[in-house]
Design a protein around this ligand. Structure first.
Ligand SMILES: [Zn+2]
Ligand SMILES: [Zn+2]
Length: 54
């Protein structure tokens, strides 16, 4: 994970530990979530295919 990675939900830079990245369940495009959005279960939207998930 690099410094230019940004949270898919809130667009925060993923500098903090605890952020996570995983492939989109629909198209395998990389989804990144910051610690805050993960803790609060903020919904994400895939920037490639528009898939929404918890
Ligand atoms: Zn976030
Ligand atoms: Zn997708």
């Amino acid at each position: 994970m690099t410094a230019r990675d940004r949270c898919t939900s809130c667009n925060a830079t993923l500098a903090e530990p605890g952020s996570t990245g995983f492939p989109c369940p629909a198209c395998a495009h990389e989804i990144n979530r910051c610690y805050r959005c993960r803790e609060q279960s903020i919904a994400y939207t895939c920037s490639k295919c528009g898939f929404r998930g918890p």
